[in-house]
Design a protein around this ligand. Sequence first.
Ligand SMILES: Nc1nc2c(c(=O)[nH]1)N[C@H]1C(S)=C(S)[C@@H](COP(=O)(O)OP(=O)(O)OC[C@H]3O[C@@H](n4cnc5c(=O)[nH]c(N)nc54)[C@H](O)[C@@H]3O)O[C@H]1N2
Ligand SMILES: Nc1nc2c(c(=O)[nH]1)N[C@H]1C(S)=C(S)[C@@H](COP(=O)(O)OP(=O)(O)OC[C@H]3O[C@@H](n4cnc5c(=O)[nH]c(N)nc54)[C@H](O)[C@@H]3O)O[C@H]1N2
Ligand SMILES: [Mo]
Length: 771
Amino acid sequence: MLRAPARPIVATHWGTYRVKADEGAQAQLEGYELDEDPSPIASAMLEARTHASRIKQPMVREGFLEHGHHGGEILRGQQRFVPVSWHDAIRIVSGQLERVREEYGNESIYGGSYGWASAGRFHHAQSQIHRFLNVIGGYTASVQNYSYAAADVIVPHVIGSKAGLVSGHTSWRSIIESSELVVMFGGAPRKNAQVNSGGIGRHILRPSLMKAHDAGVEFVLVSPIRDDVAKEVDARWIAVRPNTDVALMLGIAHTLITESKHDVAFLERYCIGFEKFESYVMGKNDDLPKSARWASEITDISEETIRKLALEMARKRTMIMMSWSLQRADHGEQPYWMAITLAAMLGQIGLPGGGFGFGYGSVNGIGNEAYGFSWPSLPQGKNAVTQFIPVARVADMLLNPGAQYDYNGVSRTFPDIKCVYWAGGNPFHHHQDLNRLVRAWQKPEVIVVHESWWNACARHADIVLPVTTQLERNDIVCSGRDRFVTPSHRLHDPAGESKDDYEIFSLLARSMGVEFEFTEGRDEEDWLRHLYGIALSRVREAGLTLPDFDVFWQRGICELPEPPPQADLLAEFRNDPVGNVLRTPSGKIEIFSEKIDSFGYDDCPGHPAWLEPYEWLGASAVQDYPLHLISNQPATKLHSQYDLGTRSMASKIHGREPIRIHPDDAAARGILDGEVVRVFNARGALLAGVSVSCEVRRGVVQIATGAWYDPVEPGMPCSLDKHGNPNVLTRDKGTSRLAQGVSAHSCLVEIVRFTGHVPPITAFSAPQAES
Ligand SMILES: Nc1nc2c(c(=O)[nH]1)N[C@H]1C(S)=C(S)[C@@H](COP(=O)(O)OP(=O)(O)OC[C@H]3O[C@@H](n4cnc5c(=O)[nH]c(N)nc54)[C@H](O)[C@@H]3O)O[C@H]1N2
Ligand SMILES: Nc1nc2c(c(=O)[nH]1)N[C@H]1C(S)=C(S)[C@@H](COP(=O)(O)OP(=O)(O)OC[C@H]3O[C@@H](n4cnc5c(=O)[nH]c(N)nc54)[C@H](O)[C@@H]3O)O[C@H]1N2
Ligand SMILES: [Mo]
């Protein structure tokens, strides 16, 4: 039995903490002493553990318990839940899995189960569920993510790898030493770099930005929101219209060409297809030069500002940073392709402090110099089913079984899903157009969810299995973006009857006759020792050391020494483009891609282009919905996790998620700071609390994601969301036929003062249950 030391450690997606328990006082989580900028998100973990909305027993929807999967007409999300014993719960779930497998085959089980779950190499819920579903014969999987799906597909077409997207970035060290100008599209907000999937030893964004500022690096922020970068770096703010960055970059490109400031030698030696792109920029085929004046109309940035910025970028050592948010928009592939193209025109790719890089402010650790170890995790086994979907097409799949769709050059068919099994994610947080999801969610015969709290995902399930939280189990936490290995100690016994995902899947596996295949005979401690052993051997291969497991477990955080300086992004290619060809068809940076062109997609042509999003401030829909909604990441929590904590609750206005609006837009609608408003479009409506602010540009409103979906009429598509979940407003459409990513940031709305009776929030109490 593993014992925690006197001062245990908890290691999470938002940082590493020591548990402080002064006599008599409530325990607290204190940031690790070497972390210069610890995140306060952890404070909610202790209070959430015992919150009223904690799920304490296995629960089954009343209609499902009575009628099984022929549950009648009643919509998911509307019915009472009935508690059952673990014995019955396991019997019901394994019985359903066996039935679905037999009647329809494993392909009809959707186990994509997207979500952040909790940090930890062993208890990671996605690894657990995928391992289990593989052991029982496989499942329909999902590929890509909600974070950067469009980038994930387009970037390899252009540079032959994902370098500069998730890893391999030019380091902060290089930026601090060599950049003169950093142009940040979407900024680098401190709120986002609080987290990193898989854990954090030290928060590096703020200290890195400050060092760069102190070293004289200048910052330009291109964003509809001014506080997308820390005030202290004195960034010049270019308050662009959302989703028009490609037009802005085209205006810059046009200026560079007309002023002969583009690096022709670089373009010839390292790139392919610039001529075609140049024809497009100069308007040779459509008589429409993409000039600074042209761009000015679209972006609402003056022609002079665009021209000046172009010349400054050519003159200085310039790093083009782009946040992941820009590609979560209609045609989200284009800003990424265009940013690489613009960096190529400047000719600084592969030079210290120059070129491009994505997501420096999206999660912690981007631009850190790291070893790049692939740390061990629970092996998932092999999936015998080859069917998959691009992850954000889940509602399309449930609503349209058998329908054809395009994806990255291939025509694919949606499977017919009968069972949805989710552990470690919240589709009623992350998915777009939730009213459509509510309809899609009625289609499967059975939905099983593992959750700790009665969030909307649990409420819309048939069978809810209560899981432990990270504070109730032991784990090992380490991330490839950092250089620490940390135990995360169990502080408490499981709340109520909750069990670890591992234990639940072990019981199901036993019931289905495949227990050993799932467990390999190991319990939690055996797995932790096993995984640590693999980590140890990988570290040793690199000539480094870690203590043995028992010392590690008691001592706590182990930091590996500073890694050697890392090469700048694409420096090897720059130094030797023949010896280090890129893994693109041409071996070069593809400004024009024959391959993408051959797909014949009108929504993703052969070179970067300005393609109007379906909703933006220049669309005809502004007549009805004149405000562009930005639904960005929340400062006070991780997605929907810990929305019930004091910190998140303190940020609410009349209990609703705050929506920020420019004073002129508020005045035009007679809306005052602190009032409750109804935010709506043709897809849905929500209530939010108004924060009038000059930090957002005119015509833009901003509401963070993460408020727990709280419909006035549960289970009914188009019910008013009382709480402020922006995904009742966003559109559920792929970025393009190429990547089929999320396009949440292309969304128009209107706002009015809410004059009705403000309904109470009910998302945080347990649903009506029979006990
Ligand atoms: N409009 C709009 N929508 C967006 C975005 C946006 O910018 N705008 N961003 C998108 C992005 S980038 C992302 S990544 C997604 C995030 O979407 P998700 O990752 O789905 O969001 P989370 O709230 O983190 O959901 C994780 C769930 O797992 C549960 N959980 C935690 N630990 C465990 C565990 O050990 N076991 C089990 N079984 N469950 C556990 C938590 O209680 C929580 O409910 O949202 C996307 N949605
Ligand atoms: N605290 C906290 N941190 C998080 C998360 C969280 O839930 N909580 N989620 C994490 C996850 S999963 C991810 S993927 C990352 C996402 O990281 P990002 O995608 O970088 O995060 P966002 O906050 O959505 O967007 C950053 C900023 O981009 C700007 N922006 C939006 N649209 C446009 C546009 O069209 N043009 C320009 N120029 N700017 C635009 C917005 O003003 C927004 O504030 O964040 C991670 N960090
Ligand atoms: Mo994400």
